[in-house]
Design a protein around this ligand. Structure first.
Ligand SMILES: [Mg+2]
Length: 412
């Protein structure tokens, strides 16, 4: 079982919007992938920032799409927010609810009293996404917070994925209050906070959980914060350009077009393990000017945005150009990325799945052809070690088309 990606994990925690479905339409192949995990006895959980549905509603929605799901497997930011409020407030305390009926119900079931105006003197405001949220309730929330109520946001996703493109998410509605109040929420409950993932892992007693999501700034950052491996699927919000530009604390372990990657070898989706400066206790990694030194080799000194080579003390990068090894200024990226490897360094970083990458001064050129995901993985080995996304050029026709389709800035 462990020859495929999911086989290396004892729990798979799925985000929902952009991973399993888009709003209310199932993503092709998702139901089958989840059923296949179940038939292989891999425990499953669902962790969603969307606060507009309760766990039982989410389970029913999933089941209606052909994905068997139990309410106990579903963690929502609405449920987590209500649980947190109940922990911190006296029973029956008035809480102003900005959001969907589901959030109101969670607050009520947690033993608190949902209210709808500032006159009810709420001690807290809890704000989650709801399609009916309008100016009036936002105005009440503004008044309540200004009067001293604590402000909880279920999540701050700026957008919701939809078949018509990203739509305003709770983060956009939180921004209304943030603008009116001139300050941030007191508490944000959902991803990228690690709470939902940690609760899912604890409930399953998982030692090696995998998080699967479509957003770098929530799912993937939450997984990094929770210390979990993660898979980014390109069926939702975050795209290739986002991944290439991802800061170290938003870099997934794997990337794939969709969930079918769970049943293929892990090495086909693995990303370069660089830039984990968020990882605790690795003092040898020193980010300098937005660029990290290499993988624990204290001799590596990044200078002027370019890394030094793989432990060769004679190689000293100067002014953004590496000193070459006899072939002029043209240095293969593998010299930079060596030791950062894929699957135990078996795959050289100059080539992957039919693609080839060369570095010419501070520019990288992608040549050849192959799958878009392989090209993306190969390019991440360059951009995650300091190459700007604007410095990526397509050499072959296919590479040029691909780079263009990703809407990367053209190299000049
Ligand atoms: Mg999502």
């Amino acid at each position: 079982m462990s020859d495929h990606l999911a086989g290396g994990y004892d729990l798979v925690v799925f985000d929902l919007d952009g991973v399993v479905f888009l709003i209310d339409k199932p993503i092709p192949g998702a139901a089958g992938a989840i059923d296949r995990l179940r038939s292989g006895a891999t425990p499953i959980a669902f962790a969603t920032n969307n606060a507009s549905r309760r766990a039982a509603d989410v389970a029913a929605l999933l089941t209606g799409m052909g994905v068997n799901a139990e309410p106990a497997e579903v963690l929502t930011s609405a449920g987590a927010a209500a649980a947190l409020l109940a922990e911190r407030l006296p029973a029956g305390a008035p809480v102003l609810v900005v959001g969907a009926e589901a959030l109101r119900a969670e607050v009520r079931d947690a033993g608190l009293t949902p209210v709808g105006t500032a006159e009810d003197e709420p001690v807290a405001v809890v704000q989650g996404y709801g399609p009916e949220v309008g100016w009036k309730i936002l105005a009440e929330a503004t008044l309540a917070v200004r009067a001293g109520a604590a402000w909880y946001a279920t999540n701050t996703d700026r957008t919701l994925p939809s078949p018509r493109g990203p739509l305003p998410g709770n983060g956009s509605l939180v921004a209304v209050l943030r603008t009116a109040l001139g300050r941030d929420p007191d508490v944000v409950v959902g991803k990228p906070q690690p709470g939902l993932f940690r609760t899912a892992a604890a409930q399953s007693r998982a030692q090696r959980p995998l998080a699967v999501g479509d957003r770098l700034d929530t799912d993937i950052q939450g997984a990094v914060t929770a210390g979990m491996d993660s898979l980014l699927v390109l069926t939702g919000v975050s795209g290739p350009a986002d991944l290439l530009a991802a800061p170290a604390d938003r870099r997934p372990t794997y990337v794939a077009a969709d969930l079918s990657a769970l049943f293929r070898p892990a090495g086909e989706s693995r990303l370069p393990a660089v830039g984990d400066e968020a990882r605790p206790g690795d003092a040898a990694r020193l980010p300098v000017s937005g660029v990290e030194s290499g993988s624990g080799d204290g001799a590596r000194l990044p200078v002027s945005g370019v890394e030094s080579g793989s432990g060769d003390g004679a190689r000293l990068p100067v002014s953004g150009v590496e000193s070459g090894s006899g072939d002029g200024a043209r240095v293969p990226v593998s010299e930079v990325g060596a030791g950062l490897g894929v699957s135990g360094d078996e795959v050289p970083w100059t080539e992957l799945g039919g693609w080839r990458l060369t570095r010419d001064a501070d520019r990288v050129t992608l040549d050849g052809s192959g799958s878009p995901v392989d090209a993306l993985r190969l390019l991440c080995s360059a951009t995650w070690t300091g190459v700007a996304t604007s410095a990526i050029t397509g050499g072959s026709d296919e590479a040029r088309e691909l780079v263009k389709s990703w809407n990367l800035p053209e190299a000049t």
